[in-house]
Design a protein around this ligand. Sequence first.
Ligand SMILES: Nc1ncnc2c1ncn2[C@@H]1O[C@H](COP(=O)(O)OP(=O)(O)OP(=O)(O)O)[C@@H](O)[C@H]1O
Ligand SMILES: [Mg+2]
Length: 250
Amino acid sequence: MDVQRGQPLVVVSDVQKHYGDFQALTDINLTVNRGEVVVVIGPSGSGKSTLCRTINRLETITSGTITIDGKELPKEGKALAALRADVGMVFQSFNLFSHLTILDNVTLGPIKVKGMKKADAEREARALLERVGVAQQADKLPAQLSGGQQQRVAIARALAMKPKVMLFDEPTSALDPEMINEVLDVMVGLAQDGMTMIVVTHEMGFARKAGDRVVFMADGLIVEEDTPEQFFTAPKSERAKDFLSKLITH
Ligand SMILES: Nc1ncnc2c1ncn2[C@@H]1O[C@H](COP(=O)(O)OP(=O)(O)OP(=O)(O)O)[C@@H](O)[C@H]1O
Ligand SMILES: [Mg+2]
């Protein structure tokens, strides 16, 4: 049991992000506590991916601060590599290395970045592959797996770095419908195990089952925040009402 559960882990303060003249994030303030699962939803172009990418510093911010476990995001170098290891990221496209086996995909980071011994890394990787339900696939190449299996490997790969927080950016939106649940089930399991998670998804079932909070974004702003139940049944803003009506009818 994490004794610090409930304490702030990710703190985004007054963040602005510009791409040239275009402002992609405006006045973003968001605190994610240890063990909390925050679901981010909103229309296309609202800044959801940008927010995720700034949190693990794939993108720089124009102003404001982001801290992970009390430490401000370093600009570059070793400190940045260490921080990246604290933040696991799973994308819509699985981004597995196509020429490496499933096992090697999962052990690469621990061996190269954390200096783990191969045998130890492999033992942990096999346990993680077991946890996400793809242990039988360890010696195959990514192309030999289904999309749902590949995405579960991507989750195992992120977990292998022992991150403090996991970011998911629409992890099921590139999957065939029958594979969505096998990935969501793994994510629900992670949430139940107490992992701190920020999840960009429009899967309301997941948000209701595993989400502590929904953050609704539009035009680079956080427009409203609420419990999943409140948000889906009684959204407050017109933007959210409009968005949800479209989500339900399509
Ligand atoms: N590298 C970039 N250069 C310029 N503009 C960008 C860049 N990346 C994103 N943007 C713009 O920033 C805005 C937010 O994009 P972002 O990808 O964060 O949206 P999103 O909410 O994730 O959308 P989607 O639901 O389509 O994934 C969009 O208007 C996008 O065009
Ligand atoms: Mg996106």
